[in-house]
Design a binder for this molecule. Structure first.
Ligand code: ADP
Ligand code: MG
Length: 408
């Protein structure tokens, strides 16, 4: 789970990291008011979206008066900010952070990530701050310095000093730098983060080490241990399909194609999507109903997939071990009876109670296309979707007794 810059700054400052003074605003008037409260002569207004690269995209503006703040923020609120990290659809701006504008002497890059090969938290830093890390590693790979932290003892001061020297930091700043590193490391480990990025970490005109930007990502599976972090979630920044699914306890990944996939287990989801591609189609999503799914849960999953306007065919592929095919079949039938489904539905069931499941589907009288193997299911899904498009009509009426299977 991602959080906003202003939230990450608050979290990190509680761990001893120095951040600029700032305040949040929900309207241009409030932004100007916040600036007056902060005092000073120059401010930076920063669009709060879950993405970096805001500066280049017009989401970070320096202002020197009330009017400038009002003008700058009027151009932000309610707009979509498109940066190289948001994708072409952009992210909505509903909050703006107003911050004192600092005089910057130098910008550094500082990141904390999980390094899978060493199985450690890795610190990545560079004296070429301000640029994205991808660009730094492409243009100035030699400027990147790294250190891994031994979890049993935590981040050691000598490691911080070593990094400071490698970055060429002035000796008078080393202590502040080490305190920043330790604050970030503690926030990372104590709050189950998966990423902390400060880009840039700056040396200000008055010789302070300050986190000018902050980004944190948290392990969603550990949020139950950190209610204060969990409540920082901002659904306006998420794919609405994915947040609706998360609210219903389903895991959903939205994609760009037209064939909706309801599966159990991530491995089967991968195989299903591969097979759809092999058969010439494109998956619109994958939705994992998990193990032991009740008919209700399956019906919920179904409604969620249908609500995506891009979905032009639905493939249900269940390999039931813990799950029960009869429950899945009941769920599919329930959803089709209760919801207007005007796209072809293909169901492939295997495993526990498969005969009962098939019987429920067959006796439902609903136009469900059945398949036995995964390849067959994918081919039928792609075939049904193509046919549907080439005929230019949407045929399916959930009440119709004519089985599509019989028709094809
Ligand atoms: P992003 O990474 O999304 O582009 P940043 O917060 O890193 O956004 O801001 C982009 C640039 O704007 C920074 O590299 C810095 O040069 C400038 N900047 C940001 N905040 C301030 C501030 N409080 N004072 C002065 N300059 C700032
Ligand atoms: Mg930045």
């Amino acid at each position: 789970m991602d959080i906003h810059e202003y939230q990450a700054k608050e979290v990190l400052s509680n761990f001893g990291v120095t951040v600029p003074r700032g305040a949040l605003a929900y309207s241009p008037e409030q932004a100007a008011y916040r600036a007056r409260e902060l005092g000073g002569e120059r401010w930076v207004v920063k669009a709060q979206v879950h993405a970096g690269g805001r500066g280049k995209a017009g989401g970070v503006k320096i202002c020197a008066s009330d009017t400038e703040i009002q003008d700058a923020t009027e151009g932000m609120f309610g707009q979509k900010l498109v940066t190289h990290q948001t994708g072409p659809e952009g992210k909505g701006i509903y909050r703006v952070y107003v911050e004192e504008a600092l005089q910057i002497d130098h910008e550094f890059y500082l990141g904390f990530v999980l390094d899978r090969s060493s199985q450690r938290v890795m610190i990545v830093a560079s004296a070429e701050g301000g640029m994205e890390i991808e660009d730094i590693s492409a243009d100035r790979p030699d400027s990147i310095v790294r250190a891994t932290v031994e979890p049993a003892v935590g981040l050691q001061e000598f490691q911080g000093r070593e990094l400071a020297f490698k970055l060429g930091l002035d000796a008078s700043l080393v202590q502040q730098f080490v305190r920043t590193l330790q604050g970030c490391y503690r926030a990372f480990t104590e709050l189950d983060a998966t990423m902390v990025e400060i880009n840039p970490l700056v040396v200000s005109g008055d010789n302070r080490v300050i986190a000018l930007d902050a980004k944190m990502t948290f392990d969603a599976n550990a949020l139950f241990r950190h209610p204060h972090v969990a409540e920082l979630r901002d659904k306006s920044q998420e794919d609405p399909r994915e947040s609706r699914a998360a609210d219903r306890g389903l895991s959903y990944v939205g994609l760009e194609g037209n064939i909706g996939c309801i599966v159990n287990g991530a491995g089967l989801a991968m195989a299903t999507m591969d097979t759809i591609k092999l058969a010439g189609g494109e998956p619109a999503n994958f939705l994992d109903i998990g193990g032991g799914a009740t008919p209700d849960r399956v019906a919920k999953a179904f409604r969620l997939v249908i609500s995506d306007g891009n979905v032009e065919a639905i493939l249900v592929n269940i390999f039931a071990g813990i799950n029960r095919c009869d429950w899945v079949a009941e769920g599919v039938v329930q959803a089709l009876r209760e919801t207007q489904v005007d796209v072809p539905v293909i169901v492939r069931l295997a495993g526990t109670n498969v005969e009962e499941g098939q019987k429920i589907l067959a006796q439902s009288g609903l136009p469900i296309i059945r398949a036995t193997t995964l390849m067959e299911a994918a081919e039928r899904a792609v075939g049904a979707w193509r046919n549907d498009l080439s005929q230019g009509v949407v045929v399916r009426d959930p009440g119709a007794s004519k089985s599509l299977e019989a028709a094809s």
